[in-house]
Design a binder for this molecule. Sequence first.
Ligand SMILES: [Zn+2]
Length: 240
Amino acid sequence: MDLSVLFYPKTCPFCGKYISDYQIRVEHTDWICTDCFRKLPRTEQDLTADNSTEMALLDGASSLSAARKTMHLVHAWAFLHYEKQHLIRHVIHRMKYSDQPELGYWMGWQAVMSCRNEDLFDGIDVIIPMPLHPKRLRERGYNQSEYIARGISEVTGIPIDTTHVQRIRNTPKQALQDGEGRKTNVAGAFAVNHPEQMYHKHILVVDDLVTTGETVKACLHAMRAFRGARFSVFALCKAQ
Ligand SMILES: [Zn+2]
């Protein structure tokens, strides 16, 4: 037995309640208590096509079915709604800026465990976490999307690839940009390596937070070099 638990019981960083022994032992988390986790706003997008994450990726197409064809999009969904006033904001902040990437891993793991549509991961060959520019990666020390991807990979057994897509421009933070600014901000921000190794794969792109979808679209655009590939997109959160 780990005696330190007796002297330093784990508490939830969001509400201060003790985290149950069950949650630590069985669910392998001491990052958030069960009550707070249940309060996180689920999107139900695992069950709905034409959802707000897919709509964000429309890319000027006249319809979602047209966009699916031109972008080779299979399905896009987010696990949680991002709301500024909500606890989820603090969760994302901890994951990204408070050096707690394991929270992202656990969230990715939970997203798959609570997904009610088993088809969503069927036939996916590889997971590509949204890459960070090397400079930002150095500053932060980790890529939060890669941790989310690792949680997904743990449950599904789908391998992760971090070598075929790179972020080649260190763009200003998307949150600071307006609509048009977001678009030009990320245009040409990504490049691919050895595209021939990705031909005809079904790729799951994983991001932490999708807002207007411009970053994901720019990444998908670069991956058009993967001939015959199809794409699914998973975001931990979708902001309105
Ligand atoms: Zn809590």
